[in-house]
Design a protein around this ligand. Structure first.
Ligand SMILES: C[S@@+](CC[C@H](N)C(=O)[O-])C[C@H]1O[C@@H](n2cnc3c(N)ncnc32)[C@H](O)[C@@H]1O
Length: 267
């Protein structure tokens, strides 16, 4: 049986079942050294330092609110901050954290594809791993159109996404296990809608039960759909490692063959 035959197509069901383990794996060092550094320092702070101060911000596919809480720390005076996720287990964890350590964040359980156009649109929408759950061209269009409809004119979308521009040796490469994950697909080539299976590893020899699937769409499909939905600009942002940390060289392989890439799009 091929690896992809084991999959469930239901992303909500998967995240409802792996929510607690997923939260544990957010502690992996590459999250702060590479993912967070690229997203916050190279993308958000570089572009939104002023507007972020009193912006309305929506964090799509917020999961347990890991980055939503960090957004509040980054922009303490943002006028409204909301996290949205399709998984009720993820949102339950996020709401519990909000009760324990209030940060003035609203959390909503909903499918980002089904949101009606907002009457009070957002200045900034963030999404750390969201568009890569589109299994079809239509799904991806609905997600991107949903973002567009929730943004104010002049608003911006910032995302970290499955690296659909990855070289082929960025897949099925055991090297990634030292960063706590293995990323694989089966078949001879990547086609639109193809599942990319992630297995998280406790250490390089020990896979966890935390398994989920992202879905591939060609980079040109992303670029075309952002344009078609009305965005005025679209940019890919390659990840970098924070140069100020002690062990920068440990992340060299990840930065050379990253599983993740940034997206900035302006309405
Ligand atoms: C890899 S997790 C990322 C969570 C969080 N952004 C983070 O980085 O910690 C992906 C999240 O996307 C959510 N998700 C997937 N499809 C979604 C959809 N259509 N609408 C809203 N959330 C969705 C999943 O439930 C899951 O919590």
């Amino acid at each position: 049986m091929s690896i992809v035959a084991e999959r469930s197509h239901d992303t909500k069901e998967i995240y409802d079942s792996i929510a607690e383990q997923y939260v544990e794996f957010k502690k992996a060092p590459y999250r702060t050294a590479v993912e967070q550094y690229t997203f916050f320092d190279l993308m958000l702070l570089k572009n939104e330092r002023e507007r972020g101060k009193n912006a309305r911000i929506l964090d799509l596919a917020c999961g347990d609110g890991h980055y939503t809480r960090k957004l509040r720390d980054l922009f303490p005076d943002a006028s409204y901050l909301c996290g949205l996720d399709i998984s009720s287990s993820m949102i339950d964890i996020a709401k519990q954290r909000e009760i324990e350590h209030p940060k003035n964040i609203d959390y909503i359980c909903a499918d980002g594809k089904d949101l009606p156009p907002s009457e009070t649109p957002y200045d900034i929408i963030t999404a750390i791993y969201y568009l890569n759950y589109a299994q079809t061209h239509e799904d991806l269009r609905a997600m991107i159109k949903g973002v567009y409809d929730q943004l104010k004119p002049g608003g911006s979308f910032y995302s970290m996404n499955e690296n659909v521009r990855s070289p082929m040796d960025g897949f099925n490469n055991p090297m990634h296990k030292k960063y706590t994950f293995y990323r694989e697909y089966s078949g001879d080539s990547l086609r639109a809608g193809q599942p990319i299976k992630y297995t998280y590893y406790w250490d390089v020899n020990t896979p966890s039960k935390c398994v989920f699937f992202n879905y591939y769409m060609p980079p040109s499909t992303y670029e075309d759909l952002f344009k078609e939905c009305g965005f005025s600009s679209f940019e890919w942002v390659p990840v970098q490692c924070n140069p100020k940390i002690d062990n920068v060289s440990f992340f060299d392989d990840l930065v050379r063959l990253p599983h993740v890439i940034g997206i900035i799009a302006k309405k």
